[in-house]
Design a protein around this ligand. Sequence first.
Ligand code: GDP
Length: 531
Amino acid sequence: MLDNRPPLPPEIARRRTFAIIAHPDAGKTTLTEKFLLFGGAIQMAGQVRAKGEARRTRSDFMKMEQDRGISVSASAMSFDFREYRFNLVDTPGHSDFSEDTYRTLTAVDAAIMVIDGAKGVESQTRKLFEVCRMRDLPILTFCNKMDRDSRDTFEIIDEIQENLAIDVAPASWPIGSGRDFLGCYDLLHDRLELMDRADRNRVAETVRLSGLDDPKLAEHIPAAQLEKLREDIEMARELLPRFDRKSFLEGHLTPIWFGSAINSFGVRELMEGIGEFGPQPQPQTASERQVSPDEGKVSGFVFKVQANMDPKHRDRVAFVRMASGHFQRGMKLLHVRSKKPMAVSNPVLFLAADRELAEEAWAGDIIGIPNHGQLRIGDALTEGESLRFTGIPSFAPELLQNVRAGDPMKAKHLEKALMQFAEEGAAKVFKPMIGSGFIVGVVGALQFDVLASRIELEYGLPVRFEPSQFTSARWLAGSKDAVETFAGTNKQHMATDNDGDLVYLTRLQWDIDRVVRDHPELKLTATKEMM
Ligand code: GDP
């Protein structure tokens, strides 16, 4: 991922599209809120959550989300900061929604990893980091909660380097922690940033310096702390990697900032970092060719579908990452999968918690397109070219259960509801070749609860999930003949997924190994690309 191509048009070059990854409670929501505050999208911290809660109380499903403290729904927010346009794509935090998170990360060019200064790298941080790594995403790190007692700075940096196998270059250096936390020394600009504890919405005071020997430092930092700071930085400069933009853009090195999101501290420096170092919107890969953001024609792909955002309207919003061109409202685009034109007359941009009509969008932007189910995850929209964007995976579910309608007369309704959630990417739905009913597959157990309450809430249909005889699913690939022959002789293990693709179901890894061994003409896969 390198910016050594010809310069992009300014409107595209100023865009930064990224996601925040964090272990629950590390401060992702707080940081998001401060981004919006500094981006001028909200006037006061607390609004994002306040709106979220007002919306949540509207349904039991959302209430469940609130009770369990999980952010189930993801959205995209756009705001300006200095000369930059930021597109922040929210990732669901809970591990049960990792598939959704994975797809979200296909739509961004970079990620911010938030860690808690007292806790360091936590389980979910690591998982999400691995997903970023698979895509070679550049990562910026924010070490949060420095106003609380935190670990030693070298220890935190070492832990990241060792646990995540990535070089860490300090962009700032904290001065003290907990009650003694004064602020940070900005290593990239030789500035002193001082935290204002009195006003949490205020940006910290900046003192420009000529370097670590500047006598002005002593006016702001007590002697003992200053001595430690000088020692630390000297050691850091000797032992730790320096920031290197190329290495960062390739995903081998992460710059780290220290701060306190709740005190608005360190946030502006982090935002400046995203602006200054990028990356700009990156080329997207389609099976036909690479799509460059500065191409004249518009193209984009759906990475997320959210149904029933407003239960009263039964609407669906497809989230589209613009891959190229300059989109204008009202444009007719080709929906590549159905080969049908589609007039995009009411696309939405998400500014803070409000939706707004998007009059235009550039490569790198995320727009929402309300629709009645035509748009599915992985779909491409173009100005006529038949493109298929790649890299949006579907994972084999790790848990399978049978699902039954509480009222057997409503089986047809149940099928409709299930298919809708399958298209949304919330679950896999399998129809066994033998017998009736459906098997639902998910990645995390909690998804069954979410599905059951959503089916009841949105379709008025009570359902029961019951243990299935199967525990694993694998997609089947190979020549048409080979696949059909195999399916014909293994009907009791076969099902079709919600796209009509054949799936092999079993409860034994041993079975899978045996099929792989005995049928070299077939391929069993745990992921498939959505198209
Ligand atoms: P999320 O689960 O990652 O979205 O975390 P939140 O943003 O909801 O923060 C979790 C908790 O940590 C909340 O109670 C926040 O008020 C608190 N918090 C966030 N940032 C800071 C910080 O810089 N310092 C302190 N002391 N608490 C913070």
